[in-house]
Design a protein around this ligand. Sequence first.
Ligand SMILES: Cc1cc2nc3c(=O)[nH]c(=O)nc-3n(C[C@H](O)[C@H](O)[C@H](O)COP(=O)(O)OP(=O)(O)OC[C@H]3O[C@@H](n4cnc5c(N)ncnc54)[C@H](O)[C@@H]3O)c2cc1C
Length: 384
Amino acid sequence: MTNITAQRQNNQPPAKPWFHRPVPLEKGSRIAVIGGGIAGLTAGLALQENGYHVTIFEHDHVPMNRASGNPAGILDPSLTSRESLEGQFYHTTMFRALDFYSSLGRQVFLSRGLLKFTDDSSDDNLYFPDPGTISPPKIRDILSQKLRIKNNVNITSFTHTQKWHLFEGDKPRATADAIVLCGGPLARGFSPTDHLPLEPVRGQITYLNAEKNDDLPRKTLCGKSYITPAFDMNGQMTIVTGASFSRNDTDMSLRGDDHRENLGNAEILWPGISKRDITGGRCAIRAYSPDHMPICGPIADQEQYQAAYKMLKHGPKHQNFIPAPYVPNLYAVTGLGARGFMSAPLLGDLMAALISGDALPVTQAVYESLHPARFLIRALKKGK
Ligand SMILES: Cc1cc2nc3c(=O)[nH]c(=O)nc-3n(C[C@H](O)[C@H](O)[C@H](O)COP(=O)(O)OP(=O)(O)OC[C@H]3O[C@@H](n4cnc5c(N)ncnc54)[C@H](O)[C@@H]3O)c2cc1C
């Protein structure tokens, strides 16, 4: 049982009212998920399995076509100390991700077994038998069968009068009891979420010809960059390596410089690999928060928050604060950064627990470290 459940049973106020859990939503209610990347699909599935009617609205013609659209994704174990909240979070995400993707079927794993180089310049490495390389296209196919997804719908605004009303331009698209925003870097494109500090970070991956299969890694290699084992990509044996990292850059064109950077980093992991022919690549935009933790939870009403907690600059014991004033039934799962495939299944569980009022799948402290309002609270504590 989590701390928060225990607090409720004892009728004691939570320690930090600004992170108070939102009022649970009745089972059977309608939930609109905006964005059909891996965050939207895992949150949508977790909510559906918790008894809600979920519809996912996706701008593109297929889901998982942007950051989640690479031909391969790595489940890369974090070595951050578990004394930190980040370490605790990413440690738990790995267990949940392995369990989740395994439950979708063996075909989801392109390969298992991962060699993690703890220091790029040396032979120091750790072997993990279970993680490895997963196939986002296969995950998309399987999850699309399980969920109600409306493609080619770009939600541009929503208003709240008893229910949420979603619009594409001036066209009404749907009504819903709750909205979960999963639009990656675009999740801040609405007035209630424009305060979320999301930074777009461009990433490019490089495809290398692996038809000649000698002298290639049989396991996934991870260091500063990664190299997948060879797999069949549209009829051609391919290895994928990457990914480049350009902050505040949303240009989507493939760059020769990024390929060269990827090959240089790959060469450290597997000398000789950069002599292979480049057969292509792909570029997409990740969403990062300033503290590099994802953003998952209820959305604060910014004005009311600032009014309710302005005295926090004098310390948390200054007065009795009211429970968090949230925008009613508006949530977000975004800021998944460079490890979205690993974190999305656990974040989906967390979203379902928050909306349904169930026990949290993470500790209270980890929940708070993911809370969308943590940036507002940090600023208020500094008197900003
Ligand atoms: C080059 C690269 C390599 C990566 N490699 C790995 C890896 O190996 N392992 C790993 O775990 N992670 C990796 N990542 C990170 C991972 O891909 C992301 O963290 C993850 O895909 C983010 O998922 P998302 O659903 O939040 O965002 P996205 O996949 O970007 O999904 C957001 C979706 O929302 C839709 N949308 C946005 N606004 C609207 C709107 N208003 N209406 C309707 N739809 C909307 C978009 O069209 C999009 O489909 C990589 C990322 C990049 C860019």
